[in-house]
Design a protein around this ligand. Structure first.
Ligand code: DSN
Length: 415
């Protein structure tokens, strides 16, 4: 991947950009929220639409010169409707968090109540963490996963909803490996006359491909990000029924954003076109098979997974049983040194600091994009387990790094 124009102006940035491509090419990207977008998506995101202001929506802009912006945004919307089947889709949110902000701003007043999964149990900052705008603006309470099984305890969710009387119940998670039962969350929300927001940021691609149940038609609002399992341009989306379309659109622009990032919307349109191809369903199914293979490999080598396994693209490993003296941050660093890039993560019932918690989270979306199969993911599981067993052993890290090099060579990306 060349950056010749950048190099002519700024060789330092050009070197860093090329080094980043090299880093992605030569290491295993296993941060569960990441993927490798196609060169077509990257080209669209790097296009001249970077220059265009297009406040408003297709056909109703506040600026002139928006005919191509209109064409591209309309395509992104139509393709998104085909992928997820929602009546109304807004493709302008700059991120998944901005998408959630759009729903909150449309339906809630400051001080209203949000019920969501606790962050350390797999939730997300924008579901009401005190450090996030959602935690500052709204009154937030949390439900949790069952400490024994690691699965969401829907009975507890119903009881917490009855006690807290929320205005909105949030489902959809950042570090929850199991399939979500959106019907049960909807039932809990309806029982207290609350809205239901399903944030499918992580699993947008799995839902579009039909390998995870869809909340569309069940939840009142569905938000997502567009660069994770769906592998399109970077950003967010909000889906709703026609009934809430105007409120959502007004809450995204002008309610919480100014000019849309039209270059990212072009990347969304291109990525959505790719996801509409039949191969995408096979890709998404392989992502889940690979995550299962990875999880089984880790368990076979003595590690514990929250909920014992996965139905999605991610596994969450709780180190407390198998390696009580080892923290997730230390493992993250040792693995990065060996060429495996994943993230430390809090686990349900966390007792350590979030800066060096008790778990690690790993996803298979990016590995699957570069062609990994279950056998390769089994090998990756073995490599991870070796480093977890001996994070301070430089010889082990060296051997693992050589194995990672071989895997990367067999599965090229961005050639
Ligand atoms: N930061 C993302 C994640 O890793 O889950 C979500 O926004």
């Amino acid at each position: 991947m060349e950056h010749e124009h950048v190099r002519g102006v700024d060789p330092v940035v050009a070197d860093a950009l090329e080094d980043e491509v090299g880093r992605q090419r030569d290491t295993l990207s296993m941060i569960a929220s990441e993927n490798h977008a196609s060169e077509a998506v990257l080209e669209a995101q790097g296009s001249a639409l970077t220059n265009k202001y297009a406040e408003g929506y297709p056909g109703e802009r506040y600026y002139a010169g928006c005919e191509y912006a209109d064409e591209i945004e309309s395509l992104a919307i139509d393709r998104a409707k085909e992928l997820w089947g929602a009546e109304h889709i807004n493709v302008q949110p700059h991120s998944g968090t901005q998408a959630n902000m759009g729903v909150y701003f449309a339906m809630l007043d400051p001080g209203d109540r949000i019920l969501s999964l606790d962050l350390s149990h797999g939730g997300h900052l924008s579901h009401g963490h005190p450090a996030n705008f959602a935690g500052k603006l709204y009154d937030v309470s949390h439900y949790e996963v069952d400490p024994e099984t690691g699965y969401i305890d829907y009975e507890d969710l119903r009881e917490t909803a009855r006690a807290f009387d929320p205005d909105i119940v949030v489902s959809g998670y950042s570090a929850y490996p199991r399939a979500v039962d959106f019907e049960q969350v909807q039932e809990a929300a309806e029982s207290v006359n609350a809205y239901h927001l399903a944030d499918i940021a992580h699993i947008t691609g799995l839902v579009a491909a039909g390998v995870h149940p869809s909340p569309v038609g069940i939840a009142d609002f569905v938000t997502g990000s567009t660069h994770k399992t769906i592998r399109a341009g970077r950003g967010g989306i909000v889906m709703s029924s026609e009934e809430h379309a105007d409120a959502i659109d007004a809450a995204v622009f002008p309610g919480s954003q100014g000019g849309p990032l039209m270059h990212n919307i072009a990347g969304k349109a291109v990525g959505f076109a790719e996801a509409l191809e039949p191969e995408f369903e096979e890709y998404a199914a392989r992502v889940v098979e690979n995550a299962r293979a990875l999880g089984e490999a880790l368990v076979a080598r003595g590690l514990s997974l929250v909920s014992g396994g996965t139905d999605t693209h991610l596994v969450l490993c709780d180190l407390r049983d198998s390696h009580p003296e080892t923290a997730g941050g230390d493992v993250e660093g040792a693995l990065e040194d060996a060429g495996i890039v994943l993230n430390k993560n809090t686990v349900p019932g966390e007792s350590r600091s979030p800066f060096n918690p008790s778990g690690i989270r790993a996803g298979t979306a990016a590995l699957t994009t570069r062609g990994f199969d279950t056998e390769a993911c089994d090998e990756v599981g073995e490599l991870i387990a070796r480093v977890v067993d001996s994070p301070e052993d430089a010889d082990v890290r060296g051997e693992v790094s050589e194995a990672v090099d071989r895997l990367c060579e067999r599965h090229p990306i961005y050639e």
